[in-house]
Design a protein around this ligand. Structure first.
Ligand code: ADP
Ligand code: MG
Length: 483
């Protein structure tokens, strides 16, 4: 047994999601990514004396939507608090957040780790504003400050310390991103910083009643790096314990190049943020009526789609998971199955031929030329035995992309792909093939049933490849059995 197996890790995540509101959390400043630096900064974002902030109603709506999606309790009376600290990108000297009254408490996120269904309980979700951005890598001598981000709305999702591995953290984060995208409240883009995650990690001997000392790791810019940072930390902490060295309670940063973490600052003496109620903001009341209104506007969530695809459409868990990964793909599939009842074939088209075509051309489904109804036409041609699956994917599909307004059947005719599913025509071919190989027919009758494939192949050749293979198989067998 390796020494690491004696231990288990305890991990809790704090995720910040930047909300897709038009304006900031407490002002009318535009909240957009990539604007010219310091152009969306009013006196409210700067916290000038005498200015009055106001709560962004859409941010409340988004918080309630997320709370409903993860089964949280939603608080009625929401207060805001000032969290005081000094930093160059925080011109006000405090961040307006929620301290004692997070809008959501409890709740959980169900996720899949490989094939296993898992659940992570949430501690809370609260609303707050972001700080500005310090830019260290543009000017060699100075730190530049862009305050456009100061005041943009965030939701912070804090989990219970229930994760055990980096892989679980990765899978949970994927689920969170999927969820916020389905809810249309955050674009989930980690590279642009609209989804950020800090990981709290400790280790203990398996089964020990108490948690070990925890370390917080920041600055991971991808889900994979969160996983790497956690894996690194677990090993580092176990190694320290095994050497009888203390684990410092501290904040560390992740170095993506080396896959390691390094100390940023000690946490031994806890920060005193001197929280106090924000005097310039009234509490916000979230009534049951309001919650009901939001409930009635909730979009379908990936878990519900997964359920429908597996239970009603009979798709495999794998197919259903793949189809629901991206909201836009699921929407395409949903429209497709409003035109065809062949759910499995529809799934195969979306996850197979369509997806490869998108990948090859590096485009998203939003830019895909063919409407779902067109794909349904192709599926019908195949199901009616008019076009073979292979010909549909290899020839009909690309030609349709180039002629997206044409009907699938017309293109199939033009390309001479319509296969012969007229049993009388086929019978002619079958009869002449059987006449051509009387000895083989005798062998077949003598019990060498494996010859069936040979006959089918010969008839297919005679039909110049245009016989409907399913029908052909049946007819050849019937004809042989009658002899
Ligand atoms: P802090 O006051 O340091 O911010 P919190 O109690 O607010 O700590 O918890 C922050 C996060 O750390 C939560 O996600 C929580 O689940 C997690 N956490 C708390 N204790 C531990 C621990 N011993 N090991 C790992 N994670 C922990
Ligand atoms: Mg905390």
């Amino acid at each position: 047994m390796s020494v690491y197996e004696k231990y288990e890790a305890v991990i809790g995540l704090e995720c910040h999601i930047q909300l897709l509101t038009k304006t900031k959390m407490y002002s009318n400043d535009v909240a957009e990514y990539g604007a010219l630096p310091n152009t969306n900064v009013s006196v409210i974002s700067l916290g000038h004396p005498g200015t009055l902030p106001m709560v962004n109603k859409t941010a409340i709506e988004f918080a309630v939507k997320l709370g409903l999606a993860v089964n949280s309790n939603i608080r009625e009376e929401n207060q805001f608090a000032r969290k005081n600290y000094f930093y160059a990108d925080l011109p006000k000297g405090y961040q307006v957040t929620q301290d004692k009254t997070p809008i959501c408490t409890g709740g959980f996120v169900n996720y899949k780790d490989k094939d296993q269904d898992k659940r992570l309980n949430l501690t809370r979700i609260h609303m707050e504003e972001d700080a500005g951005k310090s830019i260290h890598d543009v000017d060699p001598f100075h730190t530049l400050i862009d305050l456009n981000r100061a005041g943009t709305p965030l939701l912070e999702i804090v989990t219970e310390p229930e994760l055990r591995t980096g892989e679980e953290a990765y899978a949970y984060l994927n689920e969170v991103r999927k969820l916020v995208r389905y809810l249309d409240i955050c674009d989930g883009n980690m590279e642009e910083g609209s989804l950020r995650c800090d990981a709290n990690i400790s280790v203990r001997i398996k089964g020990a009643p108490e948690f070990g000392k925890k370390v917080e790791v920041k600055n991971m810019n991808s889900f994979r790096n969160v996983q790497r940072a956690i894996d690194f930390e677990i090993k580092r902490q176990v190694d320290l314990i095994e050497k009888n060295e203390p684990i410092a309670v501290e904040t560390r940063s992740f170095d993506a190049v080396n896959g390691s973490t390094f100390s940023l600052r000690s946490k031994e003496s806890a920060n005193d943020y001197r929280y106090f109620p924000e005097p310039d903001l009234q509490p916000v009341y979230v009534t049951n009526n309001y919650i009901d209104t939001i409930k009635s506007k909730m979009p379908v969530l990936p878990a519900q789609l997964f359920e429908r695809y597996t239970k009603e459409y009979g798709l495999s868990d794998y197919d259903a998971f793949q189809l629901t990964e991206l909201k836009e793909i699921a929407a395409y599939y949903n429209e497709l199955v409003s035109h065809t009842k062949n759910y499995k074939s529809a799934a195969n088209w979306v996850m197979g031929t369509i997806r490869s075509s998108l990948n090859d051309r590096a485009i998203t489904i939003q830019r895909f030329e063919l409407k779902p109804a067109k794909i349904a036409e192709i599926i019908k041609l195949i199901d009616d035995g008019k076009v073979s699956n292979t010909a549909a994917a290899a020839k009909l599909f690309p030609e349709l992309i180039a002629n997206s307004s044409a009907s699938a059947e017309d293109i199939a005719k033009k390309l001479d792909l319509i296969q012969n599913s007229n049993s009388e025509d086929l019978q002619g071919f079958i009869n002449s093939v059987l006449e051509k190989f009387p000895a083989k027919v005798d062998e077949y009758k003598g019990g060498k049933v494996g010859l069936l494939g040979m006959f089918v192949g010969e008839v297919m050749k005679a039909s110049k490849g245009k016989a409907d293979p399913k029908l052909l198989n049946t007819l050849v067998k019937e004809t042989l059995d009658k002899k």
